[in-house]
Design a protein. Structure first.
Length: 275
């Protein structure tokens, strides 16, 4: 491996350690080559997110997102992320379609702020999170693409529940509009951060769906080698812990912290290693 590629991997691993709140704890148990490759995928996804959620005008966001897509076909990549990702794709046959879908998801965030139904939302989740699962499963060494996609969707559903207030500040409501109406929750309730019985009913419904997707997605573990399975079960366990905390907090995702402490995260890792 050339010095340039080594430096590129060092950078994407730094980004993953600093920015990935759950992902980094899972991939620490992987062999070095797989850990570097997953970090490269994460760094690409992170850049897409940063552009989509940033402060640039919409036209500039779309231009930068398409520029990120173009790096997937660049024969001579220059940024650390692009160099690392190109090397990882050569080693593990990470599908370009999955990475391109991430860009599609970022573009969708510049165009759409509401989702009429779960079917509508699921299509978005497949792009921004299911595609990460598909990209990563190539590194783990399994061909169970559907469960990898389902697991990614499960994690995104938990993110959506946890980040309702943050997404509202960005002008977005990911919770399906028909389900808001069915449970008697208005967008003003979200704006005013009201934790009402109707809100708890809505979020309990979201919790059941997320857990069902998580349980189905985790059947992926049966197709993985021990260390890859430990990686996936670790970060899935961290997300499950966040979901449990959301529920224990009475679905108050506005005021109470739903994030796990560093010690709690390390305890999840340790439990997996000691099994």
């Amino acid at each position: 491996m050339s010095i340039a590629v080594e430096q590129a991997y060092a950078e994407v691993q730094r980004v993953t350690r600093e920015r990935a709140k759950n992902f980094a704890y899972g991939i620490m148990v992987l062999p070095a080559e797989k850990r570097r490759a997953i970090s490269a995928v994460y760094a690409f996804a992170r850049e897409v997110d940063d552009v989509a959620d940033g402060d640039l005008p919409l036209a500039a966001k779309r231009e930068q997102l398409e520029a990120l897509r173009a790096t997937l076909d660049d024969a001579a990549p220059s940024s650390p992320m692009a160099v690392a990702l190109a090397d990882a794709r050569n080693r593990f046959a990470i599908p370009a379609e999955a990475l391109s879908a991430l860009v599609d998801g970022g573009l969708q965030d510049t165009e759409q702020t509401r989702y009429a139904s779960f079917e509508d939302l699921r299509g978005y989740c497949e792009k921004v999170a299911g595609a990460v699962g598909v990209a990563c499963v190539a590194v783990y060494g399994s061909d169970d693409v559907e469960r990898a996609r389902t697991l990614g969707i499960a994690l995104q559903l938990i993110n959506i529940m946890r980040d309702v207030a943050e997404d509202w500040e960005l002008g977005r409501v990911y919770l399906p509009q028909d389900e808001l109406a069915q449970h008697g929750v208005t967008e003003d309730d979200i704006a005013q951060r009201r934790v009402t019985p109707a809100w708890r009913s809505l979020m309990s419904f979201q919790t059941e769906r997320a857990r069902a997707h998580l349980d189905e997605g985790l059947k992926l573990l049966d197709t993985l080698d021990r260390r890859s399975a430990l990686c996936v079960s670790t970060f899935a366990g961290l997300y499950r812990g966040q979901l449990d905390r959301i529920e224990a907090n009475g679905f108050d995702v506005f005021g109470a912290s739903c994030r796990l402490s560093t010690l709690a995260k390390l305890a999840v890792v340790a439990r997996g290693v000691l099994r």
